[in-house]
Design a protein around this ligand. Structure first.
Ligand code: SF4
Ligand code: SF4
Length: 400
């Protein structure tokens, strides 16, 4: 049901020059130029070089042309091209990041907001530039005790990796408080890293800064190795993606789970605790890093359907066909750049679909989506009220 993608087939030393000698690169040679990737790409119509053309240029030895173009600034790492490629070619997580890295080197300075976020990740360990000393400040408002690994000094079952938006961003902290209540209700033996945690770095990996990703991954692995825990759980779909597919290359041996996967595994015990009916029509947005990236489509839906009074309705595009929120691959910090190029925001497209369902709630399972969709709802006209809530927020509300 989850993590159906095969492990990475390139190692940390692979470059654009050596790619075609790797198993993933050899598979790229089998591309039949069907155009499915470009056709399914949400920005495929505005790119000078769609994924199909990038492959063709790579095979022909013309990558300089691709790198000179800003085309791949428009890739939001949504995994649509990779999920639908009939040849199983690793576009989103192998080819495109390697090309983007060269784009980054060639086109400096990059769009200012994007550049600043990367600098913040490097300097402060989070894209917002918040003080690392404030990372665990949200725990004071959690309403339940949040154990910190450095203070606990014993093995725990679950190391909960809170991540950046859910630590620092006020609306994101609602996710953390809800998760804490759910873990507490289930009696989960957990702890967090507190101020020792830094961004998992997935955005560095898929936004063309492999050096930044590696330094963050190496730092986090050093911290992980100080402690004993049986599994790593995070509510951030991007961090989960990095932990599941990339961190094993840095020595991570414990299994990683997204919060929705962890809670769905405990649904037998959780469901009887969900006593407060919410009486809401809810539509669920499949996060790219959970759905297309790992095949995890059912867990979020199963959790929502366990809440008394919730009626689940689907948007036109769902599961593998879900529309991206536009926040991945650096898109989170490229809205101004896209607007200057006359491109529409993908989050606006997505909330139009949510509004069309008549739902009261657009439910999400990734911290980026809260801010992206709440912003989109401020500008996309709608008459019936609709709010954005994380799945864990709805579950915690039903616990009352
Ligand atoms: S979908 Fe796959 S096979 Fe088809 S053009 Fe794109 S990379 Fe090639
Ligand atoms: S990952 Fe998504 S945005 Fe990037 S090229 Fe593929 S389909 Fe387009």
């Amino acid at each position: 049901m989850v993590a159906t993608r095969e492990p990475a087939v390139v190692d940390r030393t692979t470059t654009l020059e050596t790619l075609l000698q790797t198993p993933a690169g050899k598979r790229m040679m089998t591309c039949i130029q069907c155009g499915t990737c470009g056709g399914t790409c949400p920005y495929g119509d505005t790119m000078d070089f769609s994924p199909r053309l990038v492959i063709n240029m790579l095979r022909g030895g013309f990558m300089d042309e691709v790198i000179k173009s800003e085309s791949l600034l428009q890739c939001v790492a949504c995994y649509a091209c990779m999920a639908k490629c009939p040849r199983g070619i690793r576009l989103t997580d192998v080819l495109l990041p390697l090309v983007k890295e060269q784009v980054l080197v060639t086109h400096t300075p990059m769009p200012a907001e994007f550049q600043k976020s990367l600098e913040n990740m490097n300097r402060y360990g989070n894209p917002m530039g918040e003080s690392p000393r404030k990372r665990a400040a949200w725990t004071a408002t959690a309403g339940v005790k949040i154990p910190i690994m450095a203070e606990l000094k014993r093995e725990v079952d679950v190391l909960w990796f809170v991540e950046c938006y859910t630590s620092f961003y006020a609306r994101g902290q609602d996710n953390s408080r809800a998760t804490a209540r759910l873990f507490n209700a289930l009696g989960v033996d957990f702890a967090i890293l507190g101020n020792e945690e830094k961004c998992a770095g997935e955005c560095g990996q898929l936004t063309w800064e492999s050096g930044l990703f590696e330094s963050l991954a190496e730092y986090n692995m050093k911290v992980f190795n100080k402690y004993k825990f049986r599994r790593l759980v995070t509510g951030d779909a991007h961090a989960y993606n990095a932990f599941h597919f990339r961190y094993p290359m840095f020595g991570l041996t414990q299994p990683a789970e997204h919060t929705t996967q962890f809670l769905a595994r405990h649904l037998d015990r959780l469901k009887p605790m969900l006593k407060k009916p919410l009486d809401l029509t809810v539509t669920y947005h499949d996060a790219c890093c959970l759905g297309r990236a790992t095949g995890s489509y059912d867990e979020g839906r199963a959790l929502l359907q366990a809440i008394p009074g919730v009626k689940l309705v689907e948007m036109v595009h769902n599961r593998v066909n879900s529309l991206c929120c536009g926040g991945g691959g650096g898109g989170m910090w490229l809205d101004t750049y896209y607007k200057q190029k006359g491109m529409d925001r993908l989050s606006d497209r997505r909330v139009k679909e949510a509004i069309a369902t008549g739902a009261d709630v657009l439910a999400v399972a990734c911290p980026y989506e809260i801010s992206r969709f709440e912003d989109a709802l401020k500008v996309v006209p709608h008459t019936k009220p609709i709010v954005v809530r994380d799945v864990v927020e709805l579950l915690a509300e039903s616990l009352a």
